[in-house]
Design a protein around this ligand. Structure first.
Ligand SMILES: [Fe+2]
Length: 261
């Protein structure tokens, strides 16, 4: 087990904040999440992975390839506002406001409960997340075949990734590249071999997190699931997406937003 950080770790565009959730909140959310994944396991046995989407309800989604629920699928057990209160308090809140301003929104359609399994236990269709930038959400990469995307194609946003389990060593965590890009990389440039030639090895960061720790990062930060065959435990996490209330991106206008902060 790695040493548990006690103070924030900061890179340009990334901050790792220890213990932003109290142990009580971690337990509460873990139990609500567990109940939902039990529903998924039953549905997988009874109807097969392809039809599981039906159990999340009409507006909420379950994505079998990522074993992820939109966060509203936990309601009424999950009250997102208590998570948002925890994030907006202290250094994590100041960090987000410094980037997005004081009028913050959480996008409920882009906020998820995720589970990454130990490689020996992958359910049907499940896969880890490959390299990507969250700021590319809903971007049409076909819009420019040459890959010269406008700088404003990258959403001005912050992802808040909260671990509910210890992760990064025995359970899958995240790997990030600690260098801001500003713009978007084309999907064809997101191969590990390419990224290893573009970025120095010291830029590849695989933090270990304890339950309740949070990683916050800007939309242009490259990241993926960190998973290796030796991992034996599963990891559950909550992923919230934040935007500025004064500049909701055009391509997310139809999503549900709630204010906080
Ligand atoms: Fe992501």
């Amino acid at each position: 087990m790695g040493a548990h950080i006690s103070a924030p770790l900061v890179y340009d565009g990334i901050i790792l904040c220890p213990a932003i959730l109290t142990p009580e909140l971690v337990l509460k959310w873990k139990s609500a999440v567990e109940a939902r994944y039990c529903d998924v396991d039953i549905a997988r046995r009874n109807c097969g992975a392809a039809t599981i989407t039906a159990i999340a309800g009409t507006r909420e989604r379950f994505v079998p390839t990522a074993s992820s629920f939109t966060i509203g699928a936990l309601s009424p057990e999950g009250d997102v506002s208590e998570l948002l209160d925890s994030v907006s308090f202290g250094i994590s809140g100041r960090w987000v406001k410094n980037i997005l301003g004081w009028r913050l929104l959480c996008n409920l359609d882009q906020s998820w409960v995720r589970r990454q399994y130990a490689p020996s236990r992958y359910p049907p269709l499940h896969a880890p997340h490959g390299w990507h930038q969250d700021g590319a959400l809903k971007f049409d990469f076909q819009s420019d075949p040459d890959g010269e995307f406008p700088r404003n194609a990258t959403l001005n946003m912050v992802t808040c990734w909260i671990a509910l389990d210890s992760c990064g060593l025995e359970a899958p965590g995240l790997e990030l590249i600690t260098e801001r890009l500003g713009g978007l990389l084309s999907p064809t440039a997101l191969r590990t071999e390419f990224l290893q030639t573009r970025f120095a090895s010291k830029r590849f960061w695989r933090p270990t997190l304890q339950p309740g720790d949070a990683l916050l990062f800007r939309g242009d930060i490259l990241h993926r699931t960190h998973v290796i065959p030796e991992m034996t435990k599963d990891r559950t996490s909550i992923e919230l997406r934040f935007f500025s209330a004064v500049s909701i991106p055009q391509r997310l206008q139809a999503d549900r937003f709630i204010p906080f902060g």
